[in-house]
Ligand binder design. Structure first.
Ligand SMILES: Cc1cc2nc3c(=O)[nH]c(=O)nc-3n(C[C@H](O)[C@H](O)[C@H](O)COP(=O)(O)O)c2cc1C
Length: 265
């Protein structure tokens, strides 16, 4: 008993307590320990991820080449003004050029730094490491089979992972929110954290969450400019969505669902 009490006391003494001596929540600890101070990173148990290739590829997938067309001539200030989260959609199909423009706004390459073999993208990324992946679940898109696709950034293609109508599965994973799984397309953004943590250790998680936000806004603005609607959906069953995508939820995890379709008037 005496030893148990001693171990208990030692454990309490070694628990991280900060400031007002109140134990931090996991969110507070995460933010604090991934902070930088005068002597660098504050946390002393920060983990680095394995290095990962910049582009995820599905080697035996059927490839769909996306048509890159002139983007909509729509002032960005107007798109910001009109942007709203849309939760009612018509049955209208998306065209492949409309879908392509949204994918390009999310993750498209916009500038090649030839000498350094670096390709910069539409949204910023800490260290140009680009941890975010984009999946497209097609439901009603002209000349595109229904199914789950991975958007291949390096050559603007879709890699078909599984053909089929997955609306119900996505809707279930999003706790039956009516606007999920019922639109022409559902986008899912995931993170391969190690691309960022390999350089920034656990602080890379912060960067990854910031980056998905930038990409999310690009998607909103491009959707608005194209007469489409979207909504960021953060409430979902992580295990169900990760399993659906075929990712493990640790090395790669789903972060955001974004339905995409033509809004009802
Ligand atoms: C991180 C995040 C998570 C969200 N999750 C959901 C969600 O699960 N379901 C939903 O209908 N809207 C969700 N939203 C949308 C917000 O409800 C919406 O942005 C807010 O009401 C403001 O409306 P607006 O986007 O039209 O300006 C989310 C927004 C953000 C930024």
């Amino acid at each position: 008993m005496k030893y148990l009490l001693l171990i208990g006391t030692l454990m309490i003494m070694t628990l991280p307590v900060y400031g007002d001596s109140t134990a931090m929540s996991i969110g507070e600890r995460f933010h604090h320990e991934t902070g930088y101070g005068d002597s660098g990173a504050k946390g002393d148990d920060l983990k680095m991820g394995q290095s990962l290739p910049l582009y995820k590829t599905y080697d035996r997938a059927t490839i769909v080449h996306l048509p890159v067309t002139q983007s909509d001539d729509f002032p960005v200030a107007k798109a910001m003004q009109l942007r709203r989260s849309v939760r009612t959609y018509s049955d209208k199909a998306l065209t492949l050029p409309q879908l392509t423009r949204v994918c390009l706004a999310a993750c498209g390459i916009t500038h090649e730094l030839g000498a350094m073999d670096i390709a910069l993208r539409a949204a910023p990324s800490g260290g140009a490491l680009y941890p975010i992946e984009l999946y497209v679940i097609a439901h009603t898109v002209d000349s595109l089979a229904d199914g789950l696709y991975h958007y291949q950034v390096k050559d603007t293609t879709l890699e078909l992972i599984r053909e089929g109508d997955f609306g119900d599965e996505i809707n279930d994973a999003a706790f039956d929110q009516d606007w999920v799984g019922t639109t022409a397309v559902t986008l899912v953004l995931s993170a391969r954290f190690a691309r960022s943590t390999h350089k920034y250790f656990d602080r890379g998680y912060r960067y990854t969450y910031m980056e998905v936000g930038s990409i999310c806004e690009n998607i909103y603005l491009q959707a608005t400019a194209s007469g489409l609607g979207t909504v960021s959906v953060g409430a979902f069953n992580d295990d169900a969505l990760n399993a659906f995508l075929g990712i493990d939820g640790t090395n790669e995890a789903a972060l955001l669902i974004m339905p995409l379709g033509v809004p009802t008037q």
